[in-house]
Design a protein around this ligand. Structure first.
Ligand SMILES: [Fe+2]
Ligand SMILES: [Fe+2]
Length: 152
């Protein structure tokens, strides 16, 4: 697949953003107080690593396979880790990690939406669209976690 300069630049920008997402979620996974939330962040970090790899392949003109997300947002049911008897400092700390992550997913999702319109190849558009959906699902799972823990 031959890409235009603008297409290549767009892919590289999206890829650089995915690198930040990988680092963000790895950091959140090591900082989260609740084990369940650590697990969620760890799984999402792996999805972001897939996104990073897939964008790199696309930028080289290949049409890679995008793996499915590691967690299914429609069947994701987090356990409640916090209640009124819990350490409120820990809860607040984890809530900030969640809200921050949802904000990031929102921005990244918007960038995929805008970026997609620049591509001539429907293959590339489909892959970017599927990545965008995965970003929305990441946000959805974190939202579910917040709801379950009285943070939303
Ligand atoms: Fe991503
Ligand atoms: Fe994401």
């Amino acid at each position: 697949m031959i890409l235009t300069e603008q297409e290549t630049t767009t892919l590289k920008e999206l890829q650089a953003q995915e690198k930040i997402c990988v680092d963000h979620y790895n950091m959140c996974a090591s900082n989260a107080k609740d084990e369940g939330l650590k697990d969620l962040f760890t799984q999402i970090a792996k999805d972001e690593q897939d996104h990073y790899r897939v964008l790199g392949k696309l930028a080289e003109g290949e049409v890679p396979n995008l793996p499915e997300s590691r967690l299914d947002s429609s069947t994701y049911h987090p356990a409640a880790a916090y209640d009124s008897a819990s350490n409120q400092g820990d809860k607040q700390h984890d809530e900030v990690l969640c809200s921050d992550s949802i904000g990031n997913e929102k921005l990244v999702s918007a960038d995929y939406n805008a970026g997609l319109f620049r591509f001539g190849s429907s293959e590339v558009r489909k892959i970017l669209n599927r990545i965008q959906t995965q970003e929305q699902e990441h946000a959805e799972m974190i939202y579910k976690y917040k709801q379950q823990n009285g943070m939303a």
